[in-house]
Design a protein around this ligand. Structure first.
Ligand code: ZN
Length: 254
C-alpha cells in the first residue's frame, strides 16, 4: 500500500503519451469520436472508430487538457462528470464545441453511504426503487443546470465493490424511455458492439491497460470499433495534484 502511494505521488504528467495514441490512430485512418457520435453516425458503417470516453472522477482541469488536445486534432470525445467534479465553464465550452458531456452517476453508492449500508442483502428492491427515483431527479437537475443529455455512465465507487452491486443496476429500458436516454455505458447491448474495450489503470497502480490491452495493439489489429476509457487524473499529474488526489480518494472511500 505504502509503495503504491509513493509511486502515485511521484507520477508525472503523461498527456503526451495520450497524444501519441491520438496521432497513431489518425495515421491509421481511425475516426476519433464521442460515444454519441459513434452511436448516431458510425455504428452501422464500416469506418474504423476509436471512441474516446473520459470519466472525470477527480480532475476537471485535467479533463479540460484532454479536451484541448483532442480539439486540436479535430477529435470528438465524451466526458462524464461526477457531481463533485462538475465545472460549468469547462462543461459548457466542451458542449458548445460538440463534445459530449454528461453525468457520471453514483446514486446507489451515495445512498449506501448515507444509510451506512455495507451488506448487499440490504440492497432490496425498495432501495433500488428509491435510487432509481433519485437518479431521475439527478438527470432533471443536470438538464436544468446544463443541457440535454443522451447517454449516462455509472461510476465505480469502492462502496459498489463492497456491496458487489454497480450503480447501473437501478436502470432499465423503462428508465431510458422515460428520460429520453439512449443508453448507459455498461449496457451489454452497447458493449457487445465494441470489438475492443480498453481502460486505463487504477489510481494507485503504475500505468497499464485493462481489458483488451494496449490501444496500439488493437489499432494494429485493425479492430473496427475500439472504445478507450481514460480518467484524466491518471494522465495530468503533478506532485501537488497527486497529493490532492490521494486525499480525495481517502475521503471518497470512507
Ligand atoms: Zn468513475
Amino acid at each position: 500500500m505504502i509503495t503504491k502511494i509513493t509511486k502515485k505521488l511521484f507520477q508525472k504528467n503523461r498527456l503526451h503519451e495520450y497524444e501519441n495514441i491520438l496521432k497513431y490512430a489518425i495515421a491509421k485512418n481511425y475516426k476519433l469520436v464521442s460515444l454519441i457520435d459513434w452511436y448516431n453516425n458510425y455504428k452501422e458503417t464500416n469506418e474504423k472508430v476509436l471512441i474516446l470516453r473520459h470519466d472525470v472522477d477527480y480532475d476537471a482541469k485535467g479533463a479540460y487538457s484532454f479536451y484541448k488536445l483532442e480539439k486540436h486534432y479535430g477529435a470528438n470525445s465524451t466526458f462524464y462528470f461526477r457531481w463533485k467534479t462538475m465545472n460549468s465553464k469547462i462543461m459548457n465550452e466542451m458542449h458548445k464545441n460538440n463534445f459530449e458531456v454528461s453525468l457520471h452517476f453514483e446514486t446507489l453508492a451515495t445512498y449506501a453511504k448515507q444509510k451506512n449500508i455495507i451488506n448487499n442483502e440490504k440492497i432490496t428492491n425498495k432501495v433500488k426503487q428509491i435510487c432509481t427515483q433519485n437518479l431521475s431527479e439527478e438527470i432533471k437537475k443536470f438538464e436544468k443546470y446544463y443541457f440535454k443529455i443522451n447517454t449516462i455512465c455509472s461510476h465505480g465507487d469502492k462502496r459498489n465493490r463492497v456491496l458487489d452491486t454497480p450503480n447501473h443496476v437501478i436502470i432499465d429500458n423503462k428508465f431510458y424511455k422515460e428520460h429520453n436516454i439512449l443508453f448507459e455505458t455498461y449496457d451489454v447491448n452497447i458493449t457487445k458492439m465494441f470489438d475492443a474495450y480498453i481502460s486505463d489503470s487504477s489510481i494507485y497502480a503504475n500505468f497499464e491497460w485493462k481489458h483488451s490491452g494496449s490501444p496500439y495493439k488493437m489499432i494494429d489489429k485493425q479492430k473496427q470499433t475500439v472504445c478507450l476509457l481514460t480518467h484524466p487524473i491518471h494522465w495530468n499529474q503533478s506532485f501537488f495534484k497527486n497529493i490532492k488526489m490521494i486525499i480525495s480518494v481517502f475521503f471518497d472511500n470512507r
